[in-house]
Design a protein around this ligand. Structure first.
Ligand code: AMP
Length: 211
């Protein structure tokens, strides 16, 4: 299965990606997670990305596209992959299409998680993230429930002033990829409402109808 997840920040892409990647036995490739890991370990890539991430802006395409293309040449993508947080604009979508076409492994689906914008703000401003594994938790939780119970923190870009900018960036730059994938004939849309497992089930049902 070669799949991209599309949807605004806070739609639950990261959460669903974990379950879907496990279901299809494919790697979950999150560009946000790769950038955050690089920031944490102080690499050159992390330093390049930091200022953009702190402002809720997109990291330049030149940096991001090379990083994703490199990741997609690893052995573990032989049976497919799930991209989460990429592409984030039409240029990235075109770069990805050309890269995959050259390797004769085109995308099979773009799965859109759709959600109302007032719900997004509520979810993001209350989200806390695990320092160890990066999994999200609700505000009020003190330890991560996904891993060994590590500490939680609020991502710089989940603070209210940055959320507003991330949503603007989504509308202006990322939302157009929905039409891009619709015209490619591979867009599947499901509402991102309900419990995590209900949404996963809907996603798997939608994906099972693929030709
Ligand atoms: P995310 O965890 O997907 O919300 O990403 C966090 C931040 O990483 C974004 O706000 C961007 O600054 C950066 N980022 C992640 N993916 C991309 C991408 N495909 N293109 C550009 N910047 C990205």
């Amino acid at each position: 299965m070669r799949l991209v997840l599309v949807g605004p920040p806070g739609a639950g892409k990261g959460t669903q990606a974990v379950f879907l990647a496990e279901h299809y036995s494919i790697p979950h490739i999150s560009t946000g997670d790769i950038f955050r890991a690089n920031l944490k370990s102080g690499t050159e890539l992390g330093n390049q990305a930091k200022a953009f991430m702190d402002r809720g802006e997109l990291v330049p395409d030149s940096v991001t596209n090379d990083m994703v293309k490199d990741r997609l040449t690893h052995d573990d993508v032989a049976n497919g992959f799930l991209l989460d947080g990429y592409p984030r604009n039409v240029v990235q979508a075109e770069v990805l299409r050309a890269f995959l076409a050259e390797r004769k492994t085109p995308l099979q689906a773009a799965l859109e998680l759709s959600i109302a914008s007032d719900e997004i703000i509520k979810r993001l401003s209350s989200r806390r993230t695990c320092r160890a594994c990066g999994a999200p938790s609700e505000a009020g939780a003190t330890k991560c429930s996904s891993c060994s119970g590590a500490d939680l923190y609020q991502r710089e870009d989940d603070k209210e002033e940055v959320i507003a900018r991330r949503l603007e960036v989504y509308e202006e730059q990322t939302a157009p990829i929905i039409s891009f994938y619709r015209s490619e004939g591979i867009l599947l849309t499901i509402p991102a409402v309900g419990t995590v497992s209900e949404i996963t089930e809907q996603a798997i049902t939608a994906l099972s109808r693929l030709a």
